[in-house]
Each structure stands twice: as C-alpha cells, then as structure tokens.
Design a binder for this molecule. Structure first.
Ligand code: HEM
Ligand SMILES: *[C@@H]1O[C@H](CO)[C@@H](O)[C@H](O)[C@H]1NC(C)=O
Ligand SMILES: *[C@@H]1O[C@H](CO)[C@@H](O)[C@H](O)[C@H]1NC(C)=O
Ligand SMILES: *[C@@H]1O[C@H](CO)[C@@H](O)[C@H](O)[C@H]1NC(C)=O
Ligand SMILES: *[C@@H]1O[C@H](CO)[C@@H](O)[C@H](O)[C@H]1NC(C)=O
Ligand SMILES: *[C@@H]1O[C@H](CO)[C@@H](O)[C@H](O)[C@H]1NC(C)=O
Ligand SMILES: *[C@@H]1O[C@H](CO)[C@@H](O)[C@H](O)[C@H]1NC(C)=O
Ligand SMILES: *[C@@H]1O[C@H](CO)[C@@H](O)[C@H](O)[C@H]1NC(C)=O
Length: 259
C-alpha cells in the first residue's frame, strides 16, 4: 500500500511545486482587480500578474493561450480592444482597475455587477447575480437562458436606473460576455455550459477544476466567438418562430378586430 501511494503523493507534490504560478490565491488588498471575472480569475491563478498591473500584449496573449487555449490572433485582438482602457497615448499595457471606468468598457446591466448609478460597478454583487440566475432555469445553461438573463438585467436597469446607458458597441461587448461562460467552460458546438461551473467561477473568481473542469483540447478562435455571440444575439429575440396552434374562432375574432 505504502509502496503504491508514495510515488503518487510525491508526483502530486512535484506537480504542485513546479507550478506555483498557476495556483489560486485570493488577491491582496493592494492588488488591482476589475469588472471582468475572467481577467480577475487569470490574475488569481497567476496567468496574469497577480497584482493586476502591467498587463501587456504578450502577457494577455500568453495567459489566454495557456489558460483557455485562445489562438494567438484572438488573444491579440482582445488586447487591442482592451488597451483603450489605459488613458495614456500609445500605452503598451493596462491595469485591471483601469477597466472600472464607467462607459469605457464597463457598462450598465452586467450579469454580476451593479450599475455605476447604484454603487460599486466592478466587484461581484450577490444581489445582482441572484437576479441573473433567476433566468438560468436548468442545470445546463443554453443560449436562451443566457440571453434571458441578459435581457432581464437590461430591462431592470432601463426601468430603475434613470441614467441607463447601453450603446450598440456595448451590446456587442455584452453579447461576448454573455457567451463567454460557454467559451471558457462549455460545449462550443452545442452552445451549452454546466450551470454549476459558471456559478462557481463567478462566485470564486477561480477555475472550477475541483468540479471536474479542465481546459478544452481544441483551440478557440475568433470564428467560435463570432458564431456564439450570434447564437446568443438570436436568442435575445422575444419573437417566436412558427405558427402557434389557435382555434379557428379566436383567429377569426382577431382577424375581425384587425380590419
Ligand atoms: C483582454 C481580455 C478581456 C478584457 C479587457 C475584458 C474586459 C471586461 C470588462 C471591462 C468587463 C465588464 C463589462 C461590464 O460592465 O459588465 C468584462 C466582463 C466580462 N468578461 Fe471580460 N474581458 C476580457 C476577456 C474575457 C474572457 C477571455 C472571458 C471568458 C472567456 C471574459 C468573461 C467575461 C464575463 C463573463 C463578463 C461579464 C461579467 C458580468 O456581466 O457581470 N472576459 N470583461
Ligand atoms: C511589464 O511586463 C513586461 C513583459 O510583458 C516586462 O518586460 C516589463 O519589464 C514589465 N514592466 C514592469 C514595470 O513591470
Ligand atoms: C487563429 O484562427 C483563425 C481562424 O479563425 C485563423 O485564421 C488564424 O490563422 C489563427 N491564428 C493563429 C495565430 O493560429
Ligand atoms: C504615439 O504614436 C504615434 C504614431 O506612432 C506618434 O505619432 C505619437 O507621437 C505617439 N505619441 C506619444 C505621446 O508617444
Ligand atoms: C449590490 O447591488 C445593489 C443593486 O444595485 C445595491 O443596492 C447594493 O448596494 C450592492 N451591494 C454591494 C455590496 O455593493
Ligand atoms: C450617466 O450617464 C452619462 C451619459 O451616458 C455617463 O457619462 C455617466 O458616466 C453616467 N453615470 C453613471 C453614474 O451612471
Ligand atoms: C482532452 O483530451 C484528453 C485525451 O483524449 C481527454 O482525456 C480529456 O478529457 C480531454 N479534455 C476535454 C476537456 O475534453
Ligand atoms: C441567427 O439568425 C439568423 C437569421 O435568422 C440566421 O441566418 C443565422 O444562421 C443565426 N445564427 C446562428 C449562429 O444561430
């Protein structure tokens, strides 16, 4: 028994010792964190600088490649979209707290953050996340559930936040964010993801390895993201397809009223 377990224990210890870089560690008070649960997670695991500073193109591309198997051009594109967060001209890096500035990249109606109008716009907010989860009606999230959570958050903000802002650019980013859980933890073809993995990720800003998740083998490219955001976008429609079954009498009545 001992002879069998010793090498196993040693092996596990070695792997852990060799890889302190990817161990999860809660942020220190002086570490910067932002509104993106994934960038926070990457920093908590040391894929990005743990202090949340000096996030360069190289660091971003490498982190997204090694933690999520994003291909190089996708990682590069994401950095190029992010760099506007650093107000310095020709900046070569950004910091996680620079992402907190309202209406630059950070926007209203987030899935797990409060609108800036009501308070802190970048830390995880349990009340908001509970609201989103109301629409996650099964153990496997699909495009409809994710889309419903998104629309519901927008309706809530539009109704109660007198300063609600949501531009067409924000819509594109938002669709990307709503499909992101599938990209990170789900089935790219089926456009589904296990709810428990997504909840664990949002709540802990940690990869759900202890729930059995492991990095996908396939590389993720821009084509995957484009297709998934389109799938989510389609699912945000409140119009159903096909003809409903209605009685002839009701149909005649409606037709009559429409005349
Ligand atoms: C350089 C890369 C990235 C940057 C600069 C970035 C930035 C942001 C920002 C600024 C937000 C806040 C938007 C809001 O107000 O709700 C956000 C949200 C989000 N991001 Fe990222 N992100 C990046 C990559 C990723 C990746 C790779 C994933 C996962 C595959 C991801 C997942 C999410 C999710 C799920 C949200 C929504 C959070 C919520 O609505 O509560 N992000 N990201
Ligand atoms: C920022 O990170 C880059 C590598 O991406 C490194 O070359 C540079 O020295 C770092 N700068 C600071 C101030 O830490
Ligand atoms: C990334 O994937 C795209 C397909 O979407 C492909 O055109 C591109 O060559 C790939 N880039 C790298 C660096 O692998
Ligand atoms: C930024 O880059 C542009 C184009 O390369 C250059 O003309 C400009 O002088 C740079 N600005 C600063 C502040 O370095
Ligand atoms: C969470 O969001 C709600 C609604 O915007 C807000 O009233 C509450 O103060 C926030 N909670 C925290 C801890 O920021
Ligand atoms: C209110 O809306 C304006 C215009 O969109 C925006 O500039 C400002 O940052 C918003 N403030 C808050 C707290 O939402
Ligand atoms: C990746 O491939 C290996 C070997 O075929 C397999 O055991 C593993 O489950 C795969 N990982 C995922 C997330 O599909
Ligand atoms: C989205 O809807 C359009 C219009 O019905 C359709 O052509 C397209 O194939 C759909 N895309 C996805 C990814 O489902």
């Amino acid at each position: 028994m001992k002879l069998v377990t010793l090498p196993i224990v040693l092996g596990i210890a070695l792997v852990a010792a060799e890889c302190p870089y990817h161990q999860w560690k809660a942020p220190e008070p002086s570490d910067f964190r932002g509104p993106c649960p994934m960038l926070n997670t990457l920093a908590n695991h040391g894929f990005l600088p743990r202090d949340g500073r000096n996030i360069t193109k190289e660091t971003t591309v490498n982190a997204l490649a090694s933690a999520l198997h994003f291909n190089t051009s996708l990682g590069t594109l994401m950095f190029e979209m992010a760099i506007v967060a650093n107000p310095e001209p020709n900046a070569t890096f950004f910091t996680l707290d620079q992402l907190n500035v309202h209406n630059v990249l950070e926007h209203d109606a987030s899935l797990s953050r409060s609108d800036a109008f009501f308070g802190n716009n970048h830390i995880f907010n349990e009340t908001i996340f509970e609201e989103t989860k109301t629409y996650w009606t099964g153990p496997v999230l699909d495009a409809n559930m994710l889309a419903n959570g998104k629309i519901a958050r927008q309706v809530n903000s539009k109704a109660f936040n007198p300063n609600y802002t949501f531009t067409t650019t924000m819509e594109q980013f938002s669709l990307g964010e709503v499909s992101a859980p599938i990209v990170a933890f789900g089935d790219l073809q089926a456009a589904t993801v296990n709810r428990n993995l997504v909840e664990y990720f949002f709540e802990n800003e940690r990869f759900p390895a202890e729930l059995g998740w492991s990095i996908r083998n396939a590389t993720v490219s821009l084509d995957d993201i484009t297709r998934l955001t389109q799938t989510i976008s389609n699912a945000t429609s409140l119009i159903t397809t096909g003809e409903p079954v209605v009685s002839t009498r009701r149909r005649d009545l409606h037709a009559g009223l429409n005349l």
